[in-house]
Design a binder for this molecule. Structure first.
Ligand code: ATP
Length: 253
C-alpha cells in the first residue's frame, strides 16, 4: 500500500483482541460429521474464534497402510468447512520437500509465531489418541505449551486422563487413585498443563466406517457432508483393490 507521501508502508494485521484459537489435528481420511460435531462443541464451550483442521501428512501410526493422498484429504476438509466461518482447513503439516514428519510441537510453535502470543491456544484431540500422548515427540513441552481439549467417551475416567500424561506432569498416585471413580469431565488443571474434557459430543461416526461404506458402494449421507460424499464418489476414493487411493493418484492426473 502507498502512503500519502509515496513511500510504501506495510500494514500489520490488526489484532483487535485476544482470541481463543484451537488446532484440531488428525488424519481426516476423510473428515466426517463426528469431527465437525467435536469442533462445534469445542467452539461453543471455549468461545473459539477459529478452529484449524490440520491434516497430518504421514501419521506415524498409519505408515504401513495406504491412506488417501494429502491433497484429497485437504480438499475434503475445505469442502466440509466451507459453510463455517470459524473452521479453517490448514496446510501446516502439508508434505514438505524434505522427507520428514511434522511434529505437533513444531506446528504449535509455528501457529503461535504467526498469530502472536496474545492469543490463547488449544489443541483438540479424541481420548483414544490422547492416551498415546506421552509417546509423542517432546510431549511434555507440548502439554506445557498449549491447553488440551480432550473429547471423552463414557467409559473413561479422570484417572485414565491423568495416567496418559508423561510422568513429570502426572499428579501424585494418591490423587490418580481418587480419580478412578470419577468419569472424565471438567478440567484437570495441573502444574504445567491444563486438560479440558469435552464429554457431551455423541457422534459415533469414524473415518473407518466411512471408508468401509465407500468401499461397499453404500450411501455416505449419514457420515459426511454432502459435498464430501460427492467428492469421494467422483474421485473414487476408498475403493477396494489396487485403485484404493483414488482416480487422481491412480492415473497421475
Ligand atoms: P479412523 O477411523 O481412521 O481411526 P477417525 O475417525 O478417528 O479415524 P481421525 O482423523 O483419526 O479420524 O480423528 C482426528 C481426531 O478426532 C482424533 O483425535 C479422534 O480421536 C477424534 N475423533 C474422530 N472421530 C470422533 C468422534 N466421532 N467423536 C469424537 N472424537 C472423534
Amino acid at each position: 500500500m502507498l502512503a500519502s507521501g509515496g513511500a510504501s508502508a506495510i500494514i500489520a494485521p490488526r489484532i483487535s483482541s485476544r482470541m481463543n484459537i484451537s488446532l484440531f489435528g488428525g488424519t481426516f481420511d476423510p473428515v466426517h460429521k463426528g469431527h465437525l460435531a467435536v469442533a462445534r462443541a469445542a467452539a461453543e464451550r471455549f468461545q473459539l474464534s477459529k478452529v484449524y483442521f490440520i491434516p497430518a501428512s504421514m501419521p506415524p501410526h498409519r505408515q504401513d497402510e495406504r491412506i488417501a493422498p494429502f491433497h484429497d484429504r485437504y480438499a475434503m476438509l475445505a469442502l466440509a468447512t466451507a459453510g463455517e466461518k470459524k473452521f479453517l482447513p490448514s496446510l501446516a503439516e502439508a508434505p514438505a520437500e524434505q522427507d520428514h514428519l511434522s511434529f505437533t510441537i513444531d506446528t504449535v510453535h509455528r501457529f503461535k509465531q504467526a498469530a502472536g502470543t496474545s492469543h490463547h491456544f488449544f489443541f483438540i484431540i479424541g481420548i483414544d489418541a490422547f492416551l498415546q500422548v506421552a509417546s509423542w515427540h517432546r510431549s511434555e513441552d507440548l502439554l506445557r505449551e498449549i491447553d488440551f481439549i480432550v473429547v471423552s467417551r463414557p467409559r473413561f475416567s479422570m484417572a485414565d486422563v491423568a495416567d496418559a500424561l508423561p510422568k513429570s506432569l502426572r499428579p501424585p498416585p494418591a490423587v490418580v487413585k481418587a480419580f478412578r471413580e470419577s468419569p472424565a469431565k471438567g478440567t484437570l488443571a495441573l502444574r504445567g498443563t491444563v486438560i479440558h474434557i469435552l464429554d457431551d459430543v455423541k457422534s459415533p461416526v469414524s473415518a473407518t466406517a466411512v471408508r468401509r461404506a465407500a468401499a461397499a458402494g453404500k450411501s455416505l449421507a449419514r457420515f459426511v457432508e454432502p459435498l464430501v460424499a460427492e467428492y469421494i464418489k467422483k474421485m473414487e476414493l476408498y475403493k477396494t483393490g489396487s485403485g484404493k487411493q483414488g482416480v487422481q493418484a491412480r492415473w497421475r492426473l
